[in-house]
Write a protein that binds this ligand. Structure first.
Ligand code: PAF
Length: 257
């Protein structure tokens, strides 16, 4: 746990000035990009970043361009005070930029990938990964980290960020961190808070069925029988990936085969 004071940067200009300053010179910088509503999954990323770097930079930005559903964007939780309290244990710096500052071009420039983005999550959320890749590129350019930390729960996002980093020769390492789960196996997500007790109880069957079914087709059928709406279940690259809806809350997960 850190003991010195964490600095919160509310503008990009303030952040850039700090980044050029003596505090960062010669330091190894770990970066954890988030949309806030921090939970134990983010905490694990921050914890790992703290053990591997001298400074840990956290960004909190609910990125509008990655929401294909405006209602989802509106409902997204924004508990900034609680987030800063959790961040204070591990982060030396927090960047909380405004949308107008991150998108001075009104999203005219964007990163588009033409392969994996059309599949799995991308097939169900048009434009989502353009928004993710664009904001991650902006943040990586602003932070210039030695290492950036991404959760394996968003497996497709992780592959796409890695692909972008390779393709554009971005410096710094993209570090994958294992999914953090509740005791009953449910992957941590800020969306879980929107489930009723019954929905939450049903959610525990999602990773169990993914893990225990002999193939993706059987898993999809079992999920439907259990009351989930299934967007997809697919096996690829040694993992079984799935997205389901329960009580209109969309959950994604993936497990090793
Ligand atoms: O995984 C997330 O929380 C977001 O997609 C990210 C990487 C912070 C970009 O907005």
């Amino acid at each position: 746990m850190r003991t010195d004071a964490m600095v919160v940067h509310h503008s990009i200009a303030a952040w850039q000035e700090a980044r050029r300053g003596a505090d960062f010179a010669g330091s190894r910088i770990g970066f954890v990009p988030t949309m806030g509503a921090l939970h134990a999954g983010h905490r694990a990323l921050l914890d790992r970043a703290w053990t591997e770097n001298d400074r840990v930079v956290l960004s909190i930005f609910v990125n509008p361009t990655q929401f294909n559903d405006p209602a989802d964007l509106q409902k997204y939780p924004r508990p900034l005070e609680a987030d800063l309290a959790l961040a204070g244990e591990f982060a030396t710096d927090v960047i909380v930029p405004a949308a107008g500052e991150l998108y001075p071009d009104d999203y005219c420039f964007r990163v588009t990938e033409h392969g994996l983005t059309g599949e799995l999550e991308g097939a169900h959320r048009p434009g989502h990964f353009d928004g993710v890749l664009t904001v991650v590129l902006k943040l990586l350019n602003l932070v210039q980290p030695h290492r950036s930390y991404f959760g394996e729960k968003d497996w497709q996002q992780l592959q796409l960020v890695r692909g972008m980093a390779r393709t554009f020769f971005l410096p710094g390492e993209i570090v994958a961190c294992p999914t953090v789960r509740e005791d009953d196996g449910v992957a941590l997500s800020s969306r879980n808070a929107r489930l009723s007790a019954a929905g939450r109880a049903r959610a525990r069957m999602f990773p169990k069925i993914l893990r225990e079914s002999p193939d993706a087709r059987v898993a999809a059928a079992a999920l439907r029988e259990t009351g989930f709406q299934v967007d997809y279940v697919e096996d690829r690259a040694g993992r079984r990936l799935g997205a389901v809806r329960v009580e209109n809350v969309r959950l994604i997960d993936n497990v090793p085969l």
